[in-house]
Design a protein around this ligand. Structure first.
Ligand code: 5GP
Ligand code: SF4
Ligand code: MG
Length: 460
């Protein structure tokens, strides 16, 4: 998901819509904005893209006030229905409170059962509502203390932006799995998942919110709290591979440059004799540029993407996902005919994309098709806010690399190693005892407890 917030700007709602538009890649199922005008909160939540729902002047005009937060939803828990769309809003004894959450809480169901046993009534199936109920039932007094009390009970990943009558709050979980940055626009404080959302509104990047840090913004102050037990950060390495936008900067590094380095590392680890390097657009583009640069083989756009179709992976049903892949890409036969082609993509999840793309490239007359993947095999589901399917549906959890190569019908298939990935993002080596990143979808080493899974024995 994508989160955004701005505090103290006359165009708060319009700027939030723009910020969410720049973060559309983080979630395309639904979007919402909640603003506060000093007297009341205003709420607009819609299924669909930001551009389809938040461009009408009357929608923005309804979101009065100089403070607003917003959210792009990408469902990892909960069905795609309006009552699960964020930001969520609650009226507490001390006033209104809105919260937008990126991540996934791994003990949400367990906490929810406890809360229900104590009388809480849940309106949604979204794990974010759990935070609201934990705040509501907290015995602490000021709102910030109640929020801290709530978050202390939560396991998993969260980068959140919240808005009360007096404050905007930004917070990252102690591992800092998901990103969150602080910006400034003419003196108004801005919070956003990625720097690309600051760029779109012309805001200045101030700094990242640190793992385990809570920023509390009021009309007169901005305070940094460290309310949680310190842990070693475990940022999601898959943000570098795929999730973040290439024009964003994370921990001082351009995501575009990281991806090019990933492609260069891949070319060194798994070279191929070929005539062309062809990216699977758009997610494979930067890595393919790096691969071409390192190998000296020409880069060509051998597959053309239709930009008017959303990300296939994000469509919730399998049948739609299948259709989506066909709608999205077409082979550029003039370039591919008779050529030995290296296809570069960021990852293989179910294998749907690769299977279709390879067939398409063969039908277009390619002499050989080699596939190079800019990450290690995805063998495990993510429980921290990236919607990978259950383990049984992950191609790499069912098949060896040779079996996968046969299945997608390539002449050769290779993945980047986990150490190669760490090198590409600037680490000398992966510290096996204490990995510097979360890399659980590639290694199965989850950095937190998976309480819900342990307690109900189900894997999603
Ligand atoms: P597959 O078709 O193998 O299931 O999915 C692989 C494709 O989906 C790749 O082209 C990759 O760019 C994209 N992808 C990989 N992981 C994710 C993810 O977690 N979310 C979304 N939306 N797309 C993904
Ligand atoms: Fe990122 Fe993978 Fe960890 Fe999920 S499991 S947070 S996608 S590295
Ligand atoms: Mg892709």
């Amino acid at each position: 998901c994508g989160v955004f917030g701005i505090f103290g700007h006359p165009e708060a709602a319009a700027l939030t819509a723009l910020g969410l538009h720049a973060l559309q890649h983080r979630g395309q199922e639904a979007a919402g904005i909640i603003s506060y005008d000093g007297r009341q909160f205003h709420v607009e939540r819609h299924i669909g893209h930001v551009g389809d729902n938040f461009t009408a002047p009357e929608v923005i005009a309804r979101l009065h006030g100089d403070k607003a937060i917003g959210h792009n939803r990408y469902s990892t828990t909960g069905a795609p229905v309006l009552r699960n769309v964020q930001p969520m809003f609650a009226e507490f004894a001390g006033g209104g409170f809105a919260v937008a959450h990126n991540g996934n809480i791994t003990n949400a169901r367990t906490l929810q059962r406890d809360l229900q046993n104590r009388g809480s009534i849940f309106q949604s199936t979204s794990d974010t509502e759990t935070i609201i109920h934990l705040i509501a039932t907290s015995q602490k007094a000021p709102l910030i203390d109640r929020l801290i009390d709530a978050l202390t009970q939560v396991e998993g990943a969260y980068s959140l932006v919240a808005l009360s009558e007096k404050k905007m709050i930004g917070c990252r979980d102690p591992l800092g799995v998901r990103p969150l940055v602080l910006g400034d626009l003419d003196g108004a404080h801005v919070l956003a998942s990625e720097t690309c959302a600051l760029d779109i509104i012309g805001a200045r990047f101030v700094r990242e919110i640190e793992p385990g840090e809570m920023i509390v913004i009021t009309d007169h102050s901005i305070d940094s709290l460290r309310p949680f037990k310190r842990e070693r950060p475990r940022f999601c390495i898959f943000e570098h591979v795929y999730f973040a936008r290439p024009d964003s900067v994370i921990a001082g590094a351009s995501i575009y440059e990281s991806r090019k380095k990933i492609g260069m590392e891949l070319a060194r680890e798994a070279p191929a004799e070929a005539d062309l390097i062809v990216p699977v657009p758009d997610s494979g583009n930067p890595a393919a540029i790096g691969f071409a640069k390192e190998s000296g083989i020409p880069f060509e756009l051998g597959i053309i993407r239709n930009h008017y179709v959303g990300r296939t992976f994000i469509e919730p049903s399998d049948s739609i996902r299948h259709m989506g892949v066909k709608l999205k890409h077409n082979a550029n036969s003039a370039i591919l005919k008779g050529k030995r082609v290296v296809l570069v993509d960021d990852s293989i999840v179910r294998g749907t994309t690769s299977l279709k793309i390879v067939e398409m490239v063969r039908d277009a007359g390619a002499a050989e098709v080699h596939m190079r993947i800019a990450s290690p095999p995805t063998t495990n589901p993510c429980f921290y806010g990236v919607d990978t399917p259950e383990k049984a549906k992950l191609l790499a959890s069912r098949m060896s690399i040779e079996e996968m190569a046969d299945f997608i019908r390539v002449d050769s298939l290779a993945f980047l190693t986990i150490d190669g990935l760490y090198r590409a993002v600037g680490e000398e080596v992966r510290n096996a005892a204490q990995p510097q990143y979360c890399d659980a979808c590639f290694t199965g080493e989850y950095p937190t407890r998976l309480t819900d899974r342990e307690s109900v024995g189900t894997v999603r």
